[in-house]
Write a protein that binds this ligand. Structure first.
Ligand code: VTB
Length: 329
């Protein structure tokens, strides 16, 4: 078998392995559902994800993780995890054991566990700071939105490209005090707003199917890690996104420096954030727009996941019944 064929085969087989990881993570997180204890939920989910990734046949390098070495028990940047492979396959890992810890702690919709496995060197390494994001779905002229443009101009450009009025558009934004001016500007421009409490990966993904979700554009400042993970989803689903890293305080600036980021004004196009082949897996922790959460019956636990591959643009939904919640085989 040629090296390229071998790699493609490995990627295909891995897709299911990756889902097993997010399934186990979601089930671990769900034990803390609605308990108001984000830290314990995070820890249980990260431990489960770490344990399951350690079994996979590659050498994974954490590129988007939870912090620097010594600062977090799992998934420090640069950490190597995986069982290794005879072919020496090495991959980039971007992890978010619980996207929306608060949602999980409060048992609110749209919490999920997310894992991206990508070609080595193809994911932007981001520190745990923020990112200003703008995203729209597929089928629009290239460059219709820009992180450098004002929200009003982005909305006008999108309305123009879609042949509708700005008033017909809905923008998804994280409901945060820092977005006061942004929210005011979007309202003055005439667009509607969907304000979400957490979960901006799902927020960005929503723009890829405006008919179903009712969301035409994602705007605002959320986690930088979530930015790269959302970009990975858009690489599989189509759509456009740009991001700019944002350091809100001294600590963030120190993080940025430590990660070798010298230009905080730089705009990252989607291709700068994710440049190679990747698989994106997510399993619902709580019920959400994309999939159901973890559900318990007296004898089984049911999970719902999505796995997407950028090379083929396939999107699979996998519903799994786990007879033994301690085994994810
Ligand atoms: C967002 C949201 C995440 O962090 O990225 C947000 O999508 C940004 O941070 O689910 P703040 O909460 O500080 O605004 C999360 O809420 C995850 O922590």
């Amino acid at each position: 078998m040629s090296e390229a064929v071998e790699k493609a085969e490995l990627d295909r087989a891995l897709a299911l392995d990756i889902v097993r990881v997010t399934e186990a993570t979601a089930v671990a997180a769900a034990q803390w559902l609605g308990r108001g204890d984000e830290a314990s939920a995070d820890e249980a989910a990260a431990a489960a994800m770490h344990r399951e990734i350690a079994r996979l046949p590659f050498e994974g390098v954490v590129v988007v993780g939870e912090g620097e070495e010594g600062d977090c028990p799992f998934f420090y940047m640069g950490e190597k995890i995986g069982a290794g492979s005879p072919t020496g396959a090495s991959v980039d890992l971007a992890v978010d054991p619980i996207e929306g810890s608060t949602l999980c702690a409060k048992a609110l919709p749209n919490a999920m566990s997310v894992l991206v496995v990508a070609e080595r060197g193809s994911l932007l390494r981001v520190p745990p700071i923020y990112m200003e994001k703008v995203a729209v779905g597929p089928g629009l002229p290239e460059g219709v939105i820009s992180a450098a443009a004002t929200p009003t101009d982005n909305l006008k450009a999108l309305a123009n490209a879609k042949g509708v009025r700005v008033e017909d558009l809905t923008v998804c934004v994280l409901d945060r005090p820092r977005h006061g001016n942004l929210i005011e500007e979007i309202r003055s421009a005439g667009a509607a707003l969907r304000l979400i409490g957490d979960g901006d990966i799902a927020g960005v993904i929503h723009v890829t199917d405006p008919v179903q979700t009712g969301i035409d554009m994602y705007l605002g400042i959320g986690g930088a890690a979530e930015g790269v993970l959302a970009a990975a989803a858009l690489r599989c689903l189509g759509g456009q996104m740009e991001g700019r890293l944002v350091a809100l305080n001294k600590e963030h600036r120190a993080w940025a420096k430590l990660s070798g980021i010298t230009d905080l004004k730089r705009t990252y196009a989607l291709e700068d954030m994710v440049s190679g082949d990747l698989s994106f897996a997510a399993t619902g922790i709580t019920d959400g727009t994309m999939m159901a959460g973890v559900h318990h019956s007296p004898t089984t636990i049911t999970t719902e996941s999505v796995i997407m591959r950028s090379s083929t643009r396939t999107r699979r939904w996998i519903k799994t019944e786990h007879a033994d919640p301690t085994k994810f085989d």
